[in-house]
Design a protein around this ligand. Sequence first.
Ligand SMILES: Cc1cc2nc3c(=O)[nH]c(=O)nc-3n(C[C@H](O)[C@H](O)[C@H](O)COP(=O)(O)OP(=O)(O)OC[C@H]3O[C@@H](n4cnc5c(N)ncnc54)[C@H](O)[C@@H]3O)c2cc1C
Length: 474
Amino acid sequence: MHMTTKYNPITPRIVDELIAILGPTGVLVDPEAMEPYSRDEEMKNEHGHMPEVVVKPANARETAEVVKLANRELIPITPRGAGSGLCGGAVPIFGGIVISLEKMNAIIEIDAANLTFTAGAGIVTNEINHAVRDLGLFYAGYPMSVESCYLGGNIATDAGGGKAVKYGVTRRYVLGLELVTPLGEIVQLGGKLAKDVAGYDLKQLIIGAEGTLGIITQATVRLVPLPKARSAILALFPTPQAAIDMVPRIMTSGNIPASLEYIDRRSFDEGSRFVGDNLSCGEAEAVLLIEFDGATQEGVDAQAEAVGDLCMGSGAIEVYVADNFTTLDRVWNIRRNVADAFLANYAVNCLEDIVVPVSMIPLTIPMIEQAAGSRNLESTLVGHAGDGNMHAILLKKNEMSLEEWNRVLPQALEEIYRKTTELGGKITGEHGIGFKRKEALVKVTQPVEMELMRSIKRAWDPNHIMNPGKVLDV
Ligand SMILES: Cc1cc2nc3c(=O)[nH]c(=O)nc-3n(C[C@H](O)[C@H](O)[C@H](O)COP(=O)(O)OP(=O)(O)OC[C@H]3O[C@@H](n4cnc5c(N)ncnc54)[C@H](O)[C@@H]3O)c2cc1C
C-alpha cells in the first residue's frame, strides 16, 4: 500500500534524537524487526505499511518527548497496542513513528478498598483477571481477544466482549487515564471516582477515539465482585433464523444473561477444528450459547432452565446444559477462536461488525445473506447477539477471481452498511473505523456530526500527526 504524504521523512538525525530519548533498546530501525509493526489482524502483508522507525517508551515522559519531536519535525505517529485490531487502526499508513506500548505493562496498584486496578497501557488484558481473581474480583470489560490484546488498545477501541450484554463495554469500566496529548503534554483524566461531573468528560472522548486524540499510557479500571456461580446452556436450532429469532425473546424474558452468543454451524465447526476440539453442533445449523452468572447456583440454574424451556418451546432441537466449567470453557474456547480460525484458514476474507437494536437482530441474517449471496460471496455469522452485535464473515469462493472479489466486495459492504443504518444500527459495534471503514463512516453519518468530530480533531491535534488517516480525514 502506498500513500502520498505531506509529512517529513525520518532522517538519521531524528533516529539519533530518538535514541537520546529512549536509549538504543527503545528504538528499532531494522526492517525485519519492524515488520510485525506494519500490520494488524485486518491489514496484513501487502495491505500493511512499514513504519520508518518503531519506538518503545518506558513511561509517559519518554512518550511525551517523542510526540513533541514529531510535532516539531512534522512526522506521523501511530500508537500501537498488541496489533490485534480488525480495522487497520494500528497500521502506520503514512510510515513515520510507531509508538509501541509494550514496555508499559506493569501493574501499578490493586486498590481493593476502591475496587480499582491501575496498570500501564501495555498490560495484556487477561493478566488483570489473573491478578485479581484471588481477591474475589473481576474485570468485566474484556474482549474475546483477551489473551493477546492490551488494556490500552481496548480503551482506544472501546472494546466489547462476550459479557457485554450484562456488564457493558470497556467504557463503563474506565475510571482514570494518563494521556499524552497530540502536542506532547501529559494529562491525568478522571481518577478513582464513581461520580465526576467537573467539566467536559474528556476521558470518555478518548475512549474509542482509536488513538487519534492522544496516547494512553496508564489506566485505572473498575473491578466488580467475581460472580460465585455460573450456569450455561447451548441451544441447538434447525435453522439460523430460528436461532436468531430467539434473541429478542430471551432478552425480554426477564432473565438477563451475562452472555448471549450466536454461532452458526460453519463458524462452530471452524472454531472447534482450529482449537483441536471434537465438539460439534450435530444436526443443528446454528446454536445459541447462553450464560448466566450471579450470587447463587440455584438462582443462575433457575434462569438457565427458564430460558432453556423457552428455547425448547420455540423450535430448538435440543438444549444442553453445560453442567461443569470444563464443558463451558471448551465451548467458550471455540467461540473465542472463531475469528482467528477464519483469519488463519482463509487468505481472502472480510470480517464485519455491524450492530443494530436488539429487536432488529433477526433481520440481520437475511440482510447479510442477500448482500453476499447475490454477489456469489460466501457468508458465515457469529456474534454477540444479545447486544445486537453481529460479525459477518464474508469469504471468496474458490472459483471466484481476486479481481471479481475486489469488485463485488465493496458493493456488498455498501449494501450491508446502508441497510444496517436503515435498521437504526451502526457499521461497527466494537472493532472500530480505523482505516478500513473511514470512507463508509462519512456515508452513513450526518454531516453536522462529522463536522463536530473533525473540529475536535483539529483542536486537539493541530499538526495532524496523531494516527493520521484513521477514523476521519480533516
Ligand atoms: C480473534 C480476535 C477476536 C476479537 N474479539 C474482539 C471482541 O470480542 N471485542 C472487540 O471489541 N474486539 C475484538 N477484537 C479486535 C481487537 O482485539 C480489539 O479491537 C482490541 O481492543 C485491540 O487491542 P490491541 O491492544 O490489539 O490494539 P491495536 O490493534 O494495537 O490498536 C487498536 C487501535 O487502538 C489504538 N491504540 C492502541 N493502543 C493505544 C494506546 N495506548 N493509546 C492510544 N491508542 C492506542 C491504535 O492506534 C489502533 O487505532 C478481536 C480480534 C481478534 C483477532
